[in-house]
Design a binder for this molecule. Sequence first.
Ligand code: 2KA
Ligand code: SF4
Ligand code: MG
Length: 268
Amino acid sequence: MRVNRQAPEKRTTLVQLGHEKLDVHSIFYTIQGEGPFCGTPAVFVRLAGCNLQCPACDTDYTSGRRWMGADEICDEIQRVYRDSLPVSSNIDERVDGTTDNFPIKRFTGLVVITGGEPLRQQIDVLVFKLIQRFGCYVQVETNGLLPPPPLSFINKNTADCEGLYIVCSPKSAKINPVTAELACCFKYVIAAHSVDENDGLPVYALDNSLGKLRVARPPVNYTGTISLQPMDEQNLQLNERHLQACVQSCMQHGYRLQLQIHKILRME
Ligand SMILES: Nc1nc2[nH]cc(C(=O)O)c2c(=O)[nH]1
Ligand code: SF4
Ligand SMILES: [Mg+2]
């Protein structure tokens, strides 16, 4: 079993010169490797810190953190996108004076706000700007313990590609009822030794500070997608067992199998 030495942190906010700042780990352009938008090119904003400390966590969310305002983050999103483009599509005028078909491209696609736990921080201004000013759509990856931002454009229809989507991946025994109600998708990490024989979902919370409490389920009236993802212990034999348990649970209960395609692609 892996060890996660990144200590749990409470909700946070820093206000400087009247502007909220967010505690950012990294911003990068990649392929969304999980969930309902799996396969979609996306700029990731990984916010620092998490309110849980799951032993099997596969993410560094504490190193190199810095406080950034919403405008600074929007600029950085545009910069990492532009830096990924071939130089020729980045200029609006050629040396001979002719204009490119694609003058300076703006990123208007999927922005994923993840962590750590992104709902620990005040993300509403950032989400609002990304959607209203840049025409992006936004997905938040949350463990579900905290409430979502108070925004009117939370969307559950993933075919729309507009507004804010909440993907809830419970790791502990509790989910905030509003987050659960507004989630467009539930995702569970499956370990071979912890599959409930009744519903095929994890028995034990990944967050071991809660002892042997059962990991939270979606609300009883939930009819949307439930995806299962095999736990990654960076060990071929263990991973094979987790994968088989995952496949079996999906086939038995009708869940959707999800492999982390960014790892297959060896991308961030
Ligand atoms: N490419 C890529 N897709 C992801 N989807 C969820 C991720 C996460 O760490 O929350 C993740 C990630 O870290 N990388
Ligand atoms: S909730 Fe997610 S990011 Fe936080 S420790 Fe658990 S697995 Fe890692
Ligand atoms: Mg990850």
